[in-house]
Design a protein around this ligand. Sequence first.
Ligand SMILES: [Zn+2]
Ligand SMILES: [Zn+2]
Length: 104
Amino acid sequence: MSTRCIDCHTLLTSGSRCYACTLTHRAKREANGWERQQQTDRILDRDGHQCVLKGPHNGRLEVDHIVPLHRGGSNDDDNLRTLCAFHHRLVTGEARRSRPGYPR
Ligand SMILES: [Zn+2]
Ligand SMILES: [Zn+2]
């Protein structure tokens, strides 16, 4: 039985990716993770390492999507803000409750 590399379609004896594509894939994934971490640091710095909402804060700081990705929000810095875990849960919970069951 033979398979093909899912990236370059070279015939393989086993696995789903050839060695070269495995390396490329891994490097890409690590680069993405690094990029995300950089962005997280950037958002936290921009917001002064504080939750941007008013009120009592609780929990560690997290980066929130102002417009959720499933509503067409982007991963751009201006769609991201720093929230404490408490407020993050609060706003994502509210977003879920106010989410219409039908398209508007
Ligand atoms: Zn390959
Ligand atoms: Zn907060």
